[in-house]
Design a protein around this ligand. Structure first.
Ligand code: NDP
Length: 483
């Protein structure tokens, strides 16, 4: 077993195993080989994790923020020092090229820990003068938060949730996707090494049922989910029944709009990044690329030429730019969408089949002449399949870009910055770019509108989602009572 952890779970500061839990086989998508065997959390494991988190949070929440920050900063140091080892593990867990996991996954996670470590000591309440009397507010931690992750950026997702939660005085019980369970265990181990008290960050493995058990437990104050819209609807409903806070980072079908005055090479590069990076398994991808008709053929020919040069292959090889999909189920799903696009009359520009580099590869694929009603323009594929649609006018493209239940992201390419701001101002999306795409620095809020979710991760905006306000009225004179 190439990547067998010491045990399936990390609870109360230590590895924990319970072989009574349903087996989970971890596959390296590059070859299909089994690299670890784990077990889903049993009720006993879940109980230990939640009870441990409740006990640990009471003291952690009362500590000086700067003390909490020091622990997180130590974890950042460890993550950066072990960058190569962590990138390798991420590649084994997800199949993403080592080129990507070295620069994107853990590095982004470390940035989040660093950012919230710095931010935590600056989070304060306010004083409200009331003419003699006054009130003040305190931003308090929520308590124990549940984090439930998707499989596309497993370690980054774990860090993006753990960083604000822990920095602001909460504890967390985190359930990774059963497809990619390894990175979160590393984070738990690193936090302990960095000096974090036991019980504050626990990792429990399992499928949807384990996530559902967390979302319904009365001791959990908040659920932060990264996943699909259908799962989000279920988890949100379960959380609502217990009046819990939620952050929902869900799927998308985001528009990337290219006007005829855009720098075409940059727009092509951004469309490729926003459809082929991580083999297209990114929630915020610009999977509906609207190109103004007068530049459509020029756009497509440059796109096809550059796509043909993408180096697909062994994810562990230095020069590989494009890896497999994460699982057989996802592979089958993506190929199904490609067949459907062909059957519905989209024009195949390049790709369009399984790749021959390994069992789970799909070629980087571009369809043109896609219409708004085709399945490819309406449903999230979560694979390397770009849909190019064309348009005439600004007004038309805004209406069509907004004609979806999703609202995660949007991008505009134009040389006319006034138009860039005007168009973005009218798009229903939570995370937007002008003349860039898919850059998500921790300083910038990340999140969605409409069915793609609610709440914000990263930036100062996340403080609102991991704290609650206590308001305190202070009387300074005798009580004025009619009785
Ligand atoms: P899923 O929605 O299938 O699963 C997400 C997580 O929820 C998994 O850990 C899953 O467990 C768990 N889960 C499933 N059912 C329940 C339930 N009833 N109660 C609680 N938890 C449950 O998503 P995927 O893992 O397939 O990830 C892909 C999706 O994630 C895409 O739609 C993508 O757009 C979205 N995503 C959104 C991002 C964002 O920030 N907006 C970022 C990344 C991805 P298990 O997998 O073990 O069944």
């Amino acid at each position: 077993m190439k990547a067998q952890p010491k045990a399936s779970h990390f609870v109360n500061g230590d590895w924990l195993e319970d072989t009574a839990g349903a087996p989970i086989e971890v596959i390296y998508p590059g070859t299909g080989e089994v690299i670890a065997r784990l077990h889903a959390a049993t009720p006993a494991v879940l109980e230990a994790a939640i009870a441990g988190a409740v006990a640990a949070q009471a003291d952690w929440g009362r500590r000086r923020p700067i003390e909490r920050a020091r622990v997180l900063m130590k974890a950042v140091e460890i993550i950066r020092a072990r960058g190569e080892e962590l990138a390798l593990l991420e590649t084994l867990d997800t199949g993403k090229p080592i080129q990507e996991t070295r620069v994107a996954d853990w590095p982004s996670g470390a940035d989040a820990l660093e950012y919230f470590a710095g931010l935590a000591p600056t989070v304060t309440g306010e004083t409200i003068p009331l003419g003699g009397d006054f009130a003040y507010t305190i931003r308090e931690p929520l308590g124990v938060c549940a984090g439930i992750g998707a499989w596309n950026y497993p370690s980054q997702i774990a860090c993006w949730k753990a960083a604000p939660a822990l920095a602001l005085g909460n504890a967390m019980v985190f359930k990774p996707s059963e497809v990619t369970p390894l990175g979160a265990l590393k984070l738990a181990e690193i936090l302990i090494e960095a000096g974090m008290p036991a019980g504050l960050f626990n990792v429990v493995q399992g499928r949807g049922a384990v996530g559902a058990a967390l979302a319904t437990d009365s001791r959990i104050a908040k659920v932060s989910l990264t996943g699909s819209v259908p799962t989000g609807a279920k988890v949100y409903a379960a959380a609502a029944a217990g009046m819990k806070h939620v952050t929902m980072e869900l799927g998308g079908k985001s528009p990337l709009i290219v006007f005829d005055d855009a720098d075409l090479d940059s727009a092509v590069g951004a469309a490729m990044l926003g459809n082929f990076y991580s083999s297209g398994q990114i929630c915020s991808n610009g999977t509906r690329v609207f190109v103004q008709r007068s530049v459509k053929e020029a756009f497509l020919s440059r796109l096809a030429a550059r796509t043909a040069k993408i180096v697909a292959g062994d994810p562990l090889a230095e020069d590989t730019q494009f890896g497999p999909l994460v699982s057989a189920a996802q592979h089958e799903k993506v190929l199904g969408y490609i067949e459907r696009a062909k059957a519905e009359g989209a024009r195949l520009v390049c790709g369009g089949s399984a790749g021959n580099e390994g069992p789970l590869f799909v070629q980087p694929t571009v369809f043109a002449d896609v219409t708004d009603t085709m399945t490819l323009a309406r449903e999230e594929v979560f694979g390397p399949v770009m849909a190019v649609l064309d348009f005439e006018t600004e007004e038309e493209v805004i209406a069509r870009a907004n004609g979806t239940e999703f609202g995660l992201a949007a991008g505009v390419f134009t040389a006319d910055l006034a138009r860039g701001h005007r168009v973005i101002g009218q798009l229903a999306a939570g995370t937007c770019w002008i003349n860039a795409y898919n850059l998500t620095p921790v300083e910038m809020p990340f999140g969605a509108v409409k069915a793609s979710g609610l709440g914000r991760e990263n930036s100062r905006a996340a403080v609102e989602h991991y704290t609650q306000v206590k308001a305190v009225y202070v009387g300074t004179g005798p009580v004025d009572s009619p009785y």
